[in-house]
Write a protein that binds this ligand. Structure first.
Ligand code: AKG
Ligand code: FE2
Length: 342
C-alpha cells in the first residue's frame, strides 16, 4: 500500500480509544509545526502522534513555527483596533442583525455563549469566505450570504489587512487537516474532498476589561464549545482564556508569543464519535486593559454529512450522535448564541 494513503498505523478503533488517559490535563501542550511539510512520512506521523495525544486528552494545543508572518498578524490586529474604535453608530451600520448569515458587527452583550449567563462582554466582527475579487459562494446552503464591510473611506485598508490574515490562516488550516487524518489512522488525504470550499468563519473580538464589582453571569465569552472542526485562535498578550479539564478545573491558556491556540470543535467530536474531544472554554478579562483576539473556525464544506468515522466506531463504542449536515449544524449553533442573549 502506498505510504500515507490508507495504511493504518495500528489497526482498530479500540486502540484509539485506549489512548484516552484518565488524568485531567493541567497544562496545554505546545506543538512545533516546523516539519509539517516534511517529505518523510515518519516525521509527519511523529507530528500526528503529538496532535492525536493533545486532541484526545486536552482538546487544545498551542502551535509554534506556524509560518504566518508577524506583519500579517500585526496588520490584522491594527485593523481590529481601528474597527472597534469607530463610533457605535458606524459599527451599527453593519450590524449582524442586517445579515442573513451572521456576518458583520455584534455589540457588547449581543450574544450569549452560555445560556446560564446574561450575555458575552465582547464586541465582534464576523466574516466568511470571499475570493480576492470580493465574490462569495452561492452554494453554502444555510450559511450562504455576503460579508458586511465597514466603509472603506472611514477605515482605509481594513478589508485588505483582514483578508490577508484570513487567507493565511485558512491555508494553515488546510495544512492541519492531513495531520488530523493521520492522527485518526485515516488516509492522509481523507479530508481533502470535504474541505474544497473552506467553511471558515473568522471573528475579530474585542474584550473590555471587567473591573469593579463583577457580575459572574457576564463573562467576556461564557463557557462553550466551538462548533466547527477546529479553531485557530490568535490572542494578544492579555490573559483571559481558560479551558475546563476533566476535574472541572479551569486551566489558563496563557498567551505565548509567537503561537496560535488550536482547539477542537463539535464537528470533529461528532465525526470522531468523541475520540477527539471538543473542550469547554471561556474568556474573562480582568486584566485592567482591553484584549483582542482573532479566532478562525475551520469547518468542512457545508454540504458534508457528519457521521461517525468507521475508524472511531466499534461494538464497544457505537455512534453517539445522529448524522447531520455540517451547514445545518453550524447555523443552528450560531443562531442559538444570539437567541440566548438577554
Ligand atoms: O477570545 C478568546 O480567547 C476565545 C474566543 C472563543 O472561544 C470563541 O470565539 O469561540
Ligand atoms: Fe470558543
Amino acid at each position: 500500500m502506498e505510504p500515507g494513503r490508507g495504511a493504518p498505523l495500528e489497526s482498530g478503533p479500540s486502540l484509539l480509544f485506549k489512548r484516552h488517559t484518565n488524568n485531567a490535563f493541567q497544562e496545554i501542550p505546545v506543538i512545533d509545526l516546523h516539519n509539517i511539510r516534511s517529505d518523510d512520512l515518519s516525521v509527519r506521523r511523529a507530528l500526528a502522534d503529538e496532535v492525536r495525544n493533545a486532541s484526545m486528552n486536552v482538546g487544545f494545543f498551542y502551535i509554534k513555527n506556524h509560518g504566518i508572518p508577524q506583519e500579517t498578524i500585526s496588520a490584522a490586529l491594527e485593523a481590529a483596533k481601528g474597527f472597534f474604535a469607530l463610533s457605535q453608530a458606524s459599527k451599527e451600520t453593519i450590524s449582524i442583525d442586517k445579515s442573513t448569515n451572521f456576518k458583520g458587527y455584534t455589540p457588547l452583550l449581543g450574544e450569549n455563549s452560555d445560556p446560564e449567563n446574561r450575555g458575552d462582554l465582547h464586541e465582534g466582527f464576523d466574516l466568511g469566505w470571499e475570493d480576492p475579487s470580493g465574490n462569495v459562494r452561492a452554494d453554502d446552503g444555510p450559511m450562504s450570504g455576503v460579508n458586511l464591510w465597514p466603509d472603506e473611506r472611514e477605515l482605509p485598508g481594513f478589508k485588505e489587512a483582514v483578508m490577508r490574515y484570513y487567507y493565511a490562516v485558512v491555508a494553515l488550516g488546510k495544512l492541519l487537516f492531513p495531520v488530523f487524518a493521520l492522527a485518526l489512522n485515516l488516509p492522509e488525504d481523507f479530508f481533502a474532498d470535504k474541505i474544497t470550499k473552506p467553511a471558515a468563519i473568522m471573528r475579530l473580538l474585542y474584550y473590555p476589561s471587567q473591573d469593579g464589582t463583577v457580575d459572574d453571569r457576564v463573562q467576556g465569552i461564557g463557557a462553550h464549545t466551538d462548533y466547527e472542526c477546529f479553531t485557530i485562535l490568535w490572542q494578544d498578550h492579555v490573559p483571559a482564556l481558560q479551558v475546563l479539564n476533566k476535574d472541572k478545573k479551569w486551566v489558563d491558556a496563557t498567551p505565548i508569543p509567537g503561537t496560535f491556540v488550536v482547539n477542537l470543535g463539535d464537528q470533529l467530536a461528532r465525526w470522531t464519535n468523541d475520540v477527539f474531544t471538543s473542550t469547554v472554554h471561556r474568556a474573562i478579562n480582568r486584566s485592567g486593559i482591553e484584549r483582542y483576539s482573532i479566532p478562525l473556525f475551520f469547518g468542512t464544506d457545508y454540504n458534508v454529512l457528519l457521521e461517525a468515522l468507521p475508524s472511531c466506531v466499534s461494538t464497544d463504542h457505537p455512534p453517539k450522535y445522529e448524522p447531520i449536515i455540517a451547514g445545518d449544524f453550524v447555523r443552528s449553533r450560531i443562531a442559538a448564541t444570539y437567541k440566548h442573549s438577554k
